[in-house]
Design a protein around this ligand. Structure first.
Ligand code: ADE
Ligand code: ZN
Length: 324
């Protein structure tokens, strides 16, 4: 089994339906509209976000979040992951009644528990949510910049790409960049290649969340390859959300062949019937990648991770040791 690393997973989106049902029982909420036959109910991106928001609202206390992070990272480690970056959303936590600091500390506690059990290294990327508005995104950036939590090493923007322009978020990203945080932004998932170009022009991220619709413009693909921007690809999510009709239509192999740095990620695993392990299995089955090629994807992820030099070297040493 190849060692794995994940750069793109929304922690609220990692909660399985069974866990969400347990949380709903705890807080006296009815899940029947959002979970049916053990599966989350959604039919497009808008209804996916509604179910995601409903479930997120059922994580309310520090222990709820600590257990969520512990559970997710422990399951990743059991599937062979040595590194995990999770997207956090202070906006969702605030709506559920927990301060950004208490939320972040709790997730950090869960990550520490998972590391103590399995050795998995983890970091947090604070995200602003586009559908929550520019002010909320800048607030998230200010929190990320000043929170001082040692595991918060990045800032990003997620949510509904159809809302707002990337230029609206330049100030938020500047706040984060000045604080020394790594930068990633969702683009080229729901919107076309123009959104990826706008991300590169205005936000200048080292990584792009998805970015796969860059494939619509060969000049842009060349630019991504030349600039060494890393794409956080989530094929299972893309096919579930019908960004592409099938894995055979997914541009992961074409982007890789064009020299783009590509990684494999689960996004919101139970919503899209996936896991990081399944993403590696999809790449093996549909993109003809053998264990050596998959290990190279893990290496790309570790090289692009928002970690200090010492941690990166230790992770690369683990990967090299496993390859021998
Ligand atoms: N938030 C959670 N999952 C997301 C996705 N796939 N795209 C954008 N925002 C998200
Ligand atoms: Zn995402």
């Amino acid at each position: 089994m190849p060692l794995k690393a994940e750069l793109h997973c929304h922690i609220e989106g990692a909660a399985a339906p069974e866990l969400v049902i347990r949380q709903a029982q705890k807080y006296g909420r009815d899940t029947s509209r959002y979970i049916q036959n053990g599966s989350f109910v959604w039919h497009d991106f808008t209804s996916f976000l509604a179910t995601y928001d409903f479930s997120s609202d059922l994580f309310r206390t520090e222990e709820d979040y600590a257990r969520l992070a512990d559970h997710y990272l422990t399951s990743l480690a059991r599937d062979g992951a040595i590194y995990s970056e999770i997207f956090t959303s202070p906006d969702h936590a605030s709506k559920a009644g927990l301060s950004p600091k208490a939320y972040t500390d709790a997730l950090g506690e869960g990550m520490a528990r998972a590391k103590a059990k399995t050795g998995i290294e983890g970091r947090m990327i604070v995200t602003g949510v586009r559908n929550a508005g520019v002010e909320s995104i800048e607030q998230a950036a200010r929190f990320a910049a000043r929170c001082g939590h040692p595991l918060v090493t990045g800032f990003g923007v997620a949510g509904d790409e159809r809302i707002g322009d990337l230029e609206d978020y330049v100030r938020a990203f500047e706040i984060a960049r000045e604080a020394g945080l790594g930068i990633t932004v969702h683009a080229g998932e729901l919107m076309g290649w123009e959104s990826v170009k706008a991300a590169l022009d205005h936000i200048r991220p080292s990584r792009i969340g998805h970015g796969v619709r860059a494939i619509e413009n060969p000049d842009l693909v060349r630019r991504i390859a030349d600039e060494g921007v890393v794409l956080e690809c989530c094929p299972g999510s893309n096919v579930a959300l019908k960004v592409f009709d099938s894995f055979a239509d997914h541009p992961f192999p074409a982007l890789k062949a064009a020299g783009c740095k590509v990684t494999l990620n689960s996004d919101d695993p139970p919503y899209f019937w996936t896991s990081l392990k399944r993403e590696y299995d999809i790449a093996a089955e549909h993109f003809s990648m053998n264990d050596k090629a998959l290990a190279a994807v893990t290496r790309t992820a570790i090289e692009a991770a928002f970690v200090d030099r010492k941690t990166r070297s230790a992770l690369l040493a683990r990967l090299n040791g496993a390859a021998r």
